[in-house]
Design a protein around this ligand. Structure first.
Ligand code: HEM
Length: 208
C-alpha cells in the first residue's frame, strides 16, 4: 500500500507541476505535452517512454487497489463487532476517509481520462491542443465544480495517506508536536492548491 502510494504521490505531484505550464500559455503547455510523447526518442518509438511510465502507473494503481481491498478484509475480520464510539477513534476515521476517498478518486480518474486524454467526454476535444482542451473543458461550470470536489477528496486522501505512510514505515510519533501531521498537511496542501487553481483560473478568466 505504502510503496504504490509513494509512486502515485510522485505522479500527482509531477502532474500538478507540469500542468502549471497552463499559466505560461498555449505554446508552452502544448510543447510540454508533445515533449512527453517525444521523450526517449529516437532510441524509443513515439510515445514509447510515455507508455513505459503509463505501465508503471497502471501497476501502481492496481497494486494500491488490491492492497486496499485486502487491508479492508483483514480489518473487518479482526474486528467483526466494530467500535462502540467509532467517531472518536482516529484510525477508524482516517481509514474510512481513505476508502471512500479512494473510490471517488478512481471514478474521477475514469471521467478525467475520457475528458482530457481521450476526449469522448469533452465538448470540443482537439488532439494535441491540450491548452484548448483544458480551457474549453473548464469553461463548463459544473465540470470545474466536479474537478474541484474530486481534488478536495484527493487532498484529504493525500493527507491521511501520507500520515498512514509514516505509520507503515514505522516512523513513530515523536514526543511533543507531531511533525508527521505537518508534513502530510504540507504535501496535501501543495498538490490541492495547485490543482484547484486550474479550474478557478479558467472560470475567473485569468486563463483563456
Ligand atoms: C485540475 C487538475 C488537473 C488538470 C488540469 C489535469 C490535466 C490533464 C491533462 C490536460 C491531461 C492530458 C495530457 C496529455 O494528453 O498530454 C491529463 C492526463 C491525465 N491525468 Fe490529469 N489533470 C488534473 C488532475 C489530475 C488528477 C488529480 C489525477 C489523478 C488522481 C490525474 C490523472 C491523470 C492521468 C492518469 C492522465 C493520463 C496520463 C497519460 O497517460 O497520458 N489528473 N490530465
Amino acid at each position: 500500500m505504502a510503496v504504490s502510494g509513494i509512486a502515485l504521490f510522485g505522479f500527482v505531484l509531477t502532474h500538478m507541476l507540469g500542468n502549471l505550464k497552463l499559466y505560461q500559455g498555449a505554446e508552452k503547455l502544448n510543447a510540454y505535452a508533445e515533449w512527453l510523447r517525444e521523450m526517449g526518442s529516437p532510441a524509443l518509438p513515439h510515445s514509447g517512454a510515455l507508455w513505459l511510465l503509463r505501465a508503471g502507473l497502471i501497476v501502481a494503481v492496481v497494486v494500491h487497489i488490491v492492497c486496499a481491498y485486502q487491508l479492508t478484509r483483514i480489518n473487518q475480520k479482526a474486528r467483526p463487532v466494530g467500535y462502540k464510539r467509532r467517531a472518536t477513534i482516529q484510525a477508524t476515521y482516517a481509514s474510512r476517509t481513505l476508502r471512500w476517498g479512494g473510490v471517488i478518486i478512481l471514478l474521477f480518474v475514469l471521467y478525467h481520462l475520457g475528458h482530457l486524454t481521450f476526449g469522448q467526454l469533452h465538448p470540443d476535444f482537439v488532439a494535441g491542443d491540450v491548452y484548448n482542451n483544458v480551457v474549453v473543458g473548464f469553461s463548463v461550470w459544473w465540470v470545474s465544480a466536479l474537478y474541484m470536489v474530486a481534488n478536495l477528496a484527493l487532498g484529504l486522501h493525500l493527507y491521511h495517506g501520507v500520515w498512514s505512510l509514516f505509520q507503515t514505515l514505522g516512523v513513530a510519533a515523536p514526543r511533543g508536536g507531531d511533525w508527521r501531521r505537518g508534513i502530510a498537511a504540507a504535501f496535501a496542501f501543495v498538490v490541492t492548491v495547485g490543482n484547484l487553481s486550474f479550474p478557478i483560473a479558467v472560470l475567473t478568466g485569468l486563463v483563456g
